[in-house]
Design a protein around this ligand. Structure first.
Ligand code: IVH
Length: 674
């Protein structure tokens, strides 16, 4: 071919390419198929490769055909993107099943069917399709709100842009993992620590043409919001995904019972090295979707799924010493100081030994040669001891029975497992134990709590040593003239600290409750309590009347949490702290969210045993439909649900007050209207 002819051909192709690009990205239509479009791009790139003189500003080698998003817009997920609880052992899996059986009020001897899916270690994304067209892609973000990374996702070949199958839902969010193959990672590894970071970095590029440079892959595995999806099991859904043109993990399997889950786990763990992408475990999901629906979610993870994690990188080192650390909740954690070793590119010099039982069980001693493991973001831990390398004169480690504060420690008895806890604790006596007090203060100012800038862990420790703070309220009356004279402080830094402390004097109720550091009351539980009680005064009233049982009505709050709250309020120092903070702070009441469910504004009370349903599931169903549960019968109560063997007194009282008493059947009918 003559040079001119080549240029002509090239220009024609560029013109066609630009036109189709314009149609797709600006007009949201298509005249040629994805495959034809890809072929066209390939032809242009080949021409450029063969003839160096060919160049064009609109060439696919120069751009990806659409404007980069300047900054990522935040968008709410219609259905939140949840995370998964982790399991590390067969025991953990058994516990997971036990909870399911309890929730479903079923005998423990049934064999459950799971969809077992290798867990790719990448970045999750949610792709919205309307009428078969990919219209928006979001990152996970905080699970509730993600970033609009549509442009970057559009560059991923594995993501179908149009789906014409008849059974493809009218609207659906397809969710899955964006990742990079290990072989592709090798080519760019100088810029990133691992394939996951490379995928994440690439997905969040401001310029999609940068994203395009890295060959990202997409594997689909679940859905969020949907209208018109007709499937009854997860495995059926995975089959449909494949049919619709998504890539799914070829190692997905349907497996029944824990025994077979374990053998599959071992098989896949052994094959792990041969795969061209990183997997960090296997996700198990109850296969039956209506059972999934019944189980619902607890906090931000489903009750019907769990991630069975693989062990990660290991290294050998030597224990130099064993320190005992006291946590915020009084747990005594033994920490091995080890000869520094590099594990997975990170230098490790501390490894947790978990608890006293673990030390006894593994017979770990100072001076021992040990295997250390570091998995993801989890704290490194000691896996095993090489007893052949042990010197003869090494003595057994004696675990202290007293906390460094001098108080006698205890091992709690767990009513559910009927065993003594493996963890030894300094009993929570408010701020009496110095070690716990410091940890409580650190928690109080931490990111999820008061989030006070410039008051990090080290500074809390320093201020505590200097007796500048002893209790949380002291933070709001710091002696700034004293601080200004400390090493490393000056007028400006003190002014900044004062500013960031004052700024945090207004705080939402849920954060306030969380910041108190009550054991078992993490952020999610604090939110649940705050939603239920709405005002701090209501919490204080519960304490005055010693009526914490009312909180049992909150889905997610059980005896363990209630006992812990009781213990908190039984301590005088805690009461003073609450009182003092109440004077200094403005605690914002919980904002009411509009309830639109079928049972909105309706109150319920339960008595007796429901057929085939645990109390937890009933609570969860009522809350899901915007109803609320109360524990006292009054005129204000709308419905008393009476199961088998109801408390006669409650039924009589309800009838006397004209409260409607529902049988389980009647209650079911009420729910069916949803
Ligand atoms: S299902 C509601 N399935 O694991 C269940 N997740 O810790 C949540 N992941 O954020 C998602 N493979 O990034 C699901 N087959 C799979 C998965 C998977 C990997 C990731 C995902 C999620 C995280 C949960």
């Amino acid at each position: 071919m003559e040079k001119e002819e080549i240029i002509k051909l090239y220009k024609e192709k560029i013109k066609r390419y630009t036109y189709n690009n314009f149609l797709y990205f600006e007009k949201s239509t298509q005249e040629i198929s994805d495959a034809e479009f890809d072929a066209l791009k390939k032809e242009i790139l080949k021409l450029e490769k063969d003839y160096a003189f060919l160049k064009h500003k609109d060439s696919p080698s120069k751009n990806v055909g659409f404007k980069p998003s300047k900054n990522f817009k935040k968008v709410l997920h219609k259905v939140p993107m949840l995370s998964l609880a982790n399991a590390f052992s067969e025991e953990d899996l058994k516990n997971f099943e036990k909870k399911i059986f309890n929730f479903l009020d079923q005998k423990q001897d049934k064999i459950l069917e799971y969809s077992a899916e290798p867990k790719i270690d990448g970045i999750s994304a949610s792709l919205t399709y309307k009428k078969g067209k990919f219209i928006q892609g979001l990152s996970r973000g905080d699970g509730k709100q993600g970033e609009d990374i549509t442009s970057n996702l559009l560059t991923i070949k594995d993501i179908p842009k149009f789906i014409t199958s008849k059974d493809f839902p009218k609207e659906i969010d397809i969710r899955g993992e964006v990742f990079i193959k290990n072989s592709d990672f090798k080519k760019i590894k100088d810029n990133f620590a691992n394939p996951r970071n490379a995928a994440s970095g690439s997905l969040r590029q401001k310029n999609p043409s940068d994203t395009k440079k890295i060959p990202l892959k997409f594997i689909a595995y679940t859905y969020g919001y949907e209208k018109g999806l007709e499937v009854s099991t997860q495995s059926e859904f995975l089959g449909k995904l494949k049919k619709w043109g998504f890539k799914i993990n070829p190692q997905n399997k349907v497996i029944s019972g824990i025994k077979d889950l374990m053998s599959n786990y071992k098989d896949i763990e052994n094959k792990r090295e041969e795969l061209d992408f990183d997997i960090d475990g296997i996700v198990y999901k109850i296969n039956n979707l209506s059972v999934q629906k019944r189980l619902g979610n607890v906090a931000n993870a489903p009750r019907w799924a769990i991630a069975h994690k693989f062990s990660a990188n290991k290294s050998i080192s030597k224990i130099l010493n064993i320190d005992i650390q006291v946590g915020r909740t009084g747990a005594l954690t033994p920490v091995a100081k080890i000869k520094p070793v590099k594990i997975g590119g990170v230098v490790v010099s501390n490894a947790t030994l978990h608890n006293e039982d673990e030390i006894v069980r593994k017979d770990i001693r100072v001076g021992d040669t040990v295997t250390i493991e570091r998995a993801g973001d989890v704290i490194p831990h000691v896996v095993s001891v090489d007893k052949d390398k042990r010197a003869k004169d090494i003595k057994k480690f004696v675990f202290p029975t007293k906390c460094p504060c001098g108080f006698k420690t205890v091992k709690e008895f767990n009513k559910i497992t009927k065993k003594f806890d493996a963890v030894r604790r300094c009993p929570d006596r408010g701020f009496d134990c110095d070690k716990m007090a410091i940890e409580k203060l650190k928690h109080f100012v931490s990111k999820e709590a008061f989030n006070i800038d410039g008051l990090g862990k080290k500074i809390v420790e320093q201020f505590w040593e200097l007796k500048l703070i002893k209790l949380p309220q002291d933070i709001f009356s710091l002696d700034y003239s004293k601080i200004e004279k400390l090493d490393g402080w000056g007028k400006l830094s003190v002014a900044n600290l004062r500013y960031s402390i004052n700024e945090k004097k207004i705080i939402p109720l849920e954060k306030f409750i969380y910041s108190l550091g009550i054991r078992h009351i993490g952020l999610e539980n604090a939110k649940l309590i705050s939603k239920h009680l709405k005002k701090l005064s209501n919490l204080i009233n519960l304490s005055k009347k010693n009526n914490f049982q009312e909180l049992l009505n909150v889905d997610g709050i059980g005896e363990t949490q209630i006992n812990s709250i009781k213990n908190f309020f039984s301590n005088d120092t805690n009461l003073t702290v609450l009182d003092e903070l109440g004077k200094i702070l403005t605690i914002r009441n919980q904002i009411e969210t509009k309830k639109t469910g079928l049972l909105s504004n309706k109150t319920f009370m339960l008595t007796g045993k429901l057929d085939g349903m645990s109390r937890a599931e009933a609570k969860s169903l009522i809350e899901l439909n915007s109803g609320s549960i109360v524990s006292n019968i009054s005129k204000k109560l709308d419905f008393l649900i009476a199961g088998q063997k109801p408390t006669k007194r409650k039924v009589d009282m309800a009838l006397a007050l004209n409260v409607k008493v529902l049988s389980q059947e009647e209650w079911n009918k009420l729910l069916k209207k949803t």
